[in-house]
Each structure stands twice: as C-alpha cells, then as structure tokens.
Design a protein around this ligand. Sequence first.
Ligand SMILES: [Ca+2]
Ligand SMILES: [Ca+2]
Length: 224
Amino acid sequence: MDVYDRILSLGCLLGLVAVLGWAIRPQLTSGTTVQSRASREVPAAVSQMPALATHHVAATSSPALSPARIATATRTPTPINVGNFVWNDLDGDGLQDVGEPGLNGITVQLWNAAKTQLIDSAVTNANGNYTVVAPVPGNYRVRVVLPLGGATFTLKDQGSSDLLDSDINPSGADLGFTDIYIFGSNLISITTIDAGLLNVPATPTMTATPVVGARKIYLPLLVK
Ligand SMILES: [Ca+2]
Ligand SMILES: [Ca+2]
C-alpha cells in the first residue's frame, strides 16, 4: 500500500468514527432542560416543598412513683448497756473518793419506770462494777439491793460530777431506786449510774465446813 492509499484509508476511518459519534449522541429535543450536577442532586421540587408544620409537644409530668415500691429504712433498736459502779462511801460524803473501794457481790437490777417490772439483774464484780441491759430505748430505773447487815445508801447527787456521785434514793418512796432515766434511741451505753453504800458490814468470813462426827456404833456386849 502506498502513501496515497494509507491516507485514503485513514480518512475513511475518521469519517466512519464521525458518523458513529453523531449516531449515538444524546438525542436532545427542544424543551429539554439541561441540568447541572448540582441541580440534579437537589431537585427544584425539593427546594419548593412547603415548610414542615411545627408540632408542639406539650410537656406532661411524669407519673408519680408508687410509694409501695420504695423500701422504707428500718432500724433495729440497739440494747443499751447500763452501769456501772457500787462503792463503799467510807467518809459518807456521797462522793467517790480515792481509797473508797468498789463492793463485790451487790445485786443491781433494771426496772421499768413504774417499778412494776424487773427487766434485768446483775451482780457487781470484785471491782464493784456492774452492767445491766435495757433491751430497747425507753424509761427505766436502776435498783440496788442492800446487803444484809445494816448497810444504807449514802447521799444522792452530791458535787457537780455525775461520774463521782451516787444516784440511788437513800429514803422515801423510791428508796433503793434511781429516779427515772430516759434512754434515747441513739444511746448505746451509760456508765454514770452509781451507788454509794454506808455501814457496809465486813465480808463474812468463811468458816470451815463442820465435819460430821464419826458415828458411834454400839455393838451388843457379848457375855460368855
Ligand atoms: Ca466518799
Ligand atoms: Ca452518777
């Protein structure tokens, strides 16, 4: 193929491409709106939509919680330790002085305020200390039982310190009892209820247990 033929062939090829390009082009007709990319992405119809109606939601109060579902805290009453000292008021001034010993073996009781019900009882130890227990808060009295032998109670509420005085009535209708104590619900223990005694007899001296004498046995006299 010579140069002339090649040029002719190339021209035919280009002509064919032109004809095909015209044939497959988009067939735009009159009245067709050519839209840009942006306009296609946001159709005009959307921009012309009526504004959405505004709906107002009225606030309503939350339904009340059922109180039955809320556990109510409860508190178990705590027993109250009541004490704590019975002593020998040697000088009779109603005060716990140095050298005045605690008394061992003295019975101390806890009663209700009306003195009609015994609630607890204890005996002092070798140091004169005692503890009785009030099971629940309330009104109580402490009673000290005098030992046999002529002991009495010393003066009550002497001085300015409840830690050093005696709280037992030495006479009157409440002899042997304190006045009424009110134990509140927040009380765990009280250690200022004390009793001073006068004329305390000496501790009885233990005597030896008598030995049962040997039984005499009488035998019949044998006479030959
Ligand atoms: Ca004293
Ligand atoms: Ca006292």
